[in-house]
Ligand binder design. Structure first.
Ligand code: MEV
Length: 326
């Protein structure tokens, strides 16, 4: 008897937070990223009409339609382009209908575009029975992100695909899970939205002007990431905190700290954190801090006093997974 063909699948993928190594990772150094508990869900169906249809109410996309033959062409709306290009790159012969729902605001910088790209690629792999490995899902999703942004290390795609806490080298040259049980992070949101590619380009301009200096900074960040990897594996939070502070100093010298994040970071340290730094491209989005249990409350208050919002996120969570199918 023929097995029933799966018609519809719902896949979820987590967001990410960069722990250490941002910016330097774009230039071949390692970073450490953790997958966070807020997930994106995509319900994906294969249809008989050769049309792509998207409903993504969280990013104000409702009933977006396009012939499959036109995918990736013309003006691509912000909320649709990653999924559209992902489907084009996957190469589907039939129509595809996608409905997404997100547990987190795309404002936080948790990587909603990368997570939804991974969801769609994994869902299509299930629906077409291609059985792509996690690495193949990563590669196709990363290609999609590069097709659109032209830049990026792919660490967010890796977190969405593999989950957990990863030691990651640019483009997925190394993706090594760091097997830990927990990570006592407090995350503060600055309320400032930044464009990652713009900031990456600003740092690049600096690197062109002062190549010898900036290369040293990238090397130093790469080395502290190696030490941080050991500290994480030993749950040595005091050392990890100190390394986060070093990392913040280097990021400040690259010009991506910004006054709002600085206030939150230094406030957290004064209130008793082991360490604190920005997470991601800088200037806005989030900061994170590792804090002894006894200082948790004071650190949260310090972040709020500096104008930040403490967000309740669980780190080190599971990667992309099938939620349901029929
Ligand atoms: C942005 O969240 C992190 C950067 O390192 C860019 C990247 O790795 O793609 C600045």
């Amino acid at each position: 008897m023929l097995k029933d063909i799966m018609k519809k699948v719902t896949v979820s993928a987590p967001g990410k937070l960069m722990l250490l190594g941002e910016h330097a990772v774009v230039y071949g150094r390692p970073c450490i990223v953790t997958a966070v508990g807020q997930r994106i869900r995509a319900m994906v169906e294969l249809t008989d009409q050769p049309v792509f249809e998207l409903n993504a109410p969280d990013v104000a996309v409702v009933h977006y339609q396009k012939p499959m033959s036109e995918l990736g062409k013309g003006d691509l709306p912000k909320g649709a382009k990653f999924m559209e290009v992902a489907i084009k790159n996957f190469g589907v012969r039939r129509g595809v209908k996608v409905t997404t729902a997100s547990e987190f605001s795309s404002q936080f910088g948790f990587g909603s575009s990368s997570a939804s790209t991974v969801c769609v690629i994994k869902a299509l792999s299930e629906l077409t029975n291609k059985k792509l490995s996690d690495k193949q899902i990563f590669d196709l999703s990363y290609k999609t992100v590069l097709d659109i942004q032209g830049k990026g290390s792919g660490f967010d795609v890796a977190a969405a695909t593999f989950g957990g806490t990863l030691y990651f080298v640019t483009g997925g040259k190394v993706i090594k899970p760091l097997n830990i049980k927990s990570l006592p992070l407090i995350v503060g949101y600055s309320g400032i939205k930044v464009d990652t590619v713009t900031l990456v380009n600003e740092v690049l301009e600096k690197a062109k002007k002062y190549p010898a200096v900036i290369e040293h900074i990238y090397d130093a960040i790469g080395r502290l990431v190696e030490l941080a990897k050991k500290a994480i594996l030993q749950s040595d939070w005091a050392t990890l905190g100190e390394l986060m502070n070093f990392n913040e100093g280097y990021l400040a010298s690259l010009g991506v700290e910004g006054p709002k994040l600085a206030g939150m970071i230094y406030g957290a340290r004064e209130a008793g954190a082991y360490g604190a730094k920005l997470s991601g491209a800088g200037i806005g989005d989030c900061m994170l801090t590792l804090t002894p249990a006894k200082a948790k409350k004071a650190v949260e208050q310090a972040i709020e006093k500096a104008g930040g919002q403490v967000i309740d996120v669980k780190a080190n969570v599971e990667g992309a997974k099938v939620e349901s199918s029929d």
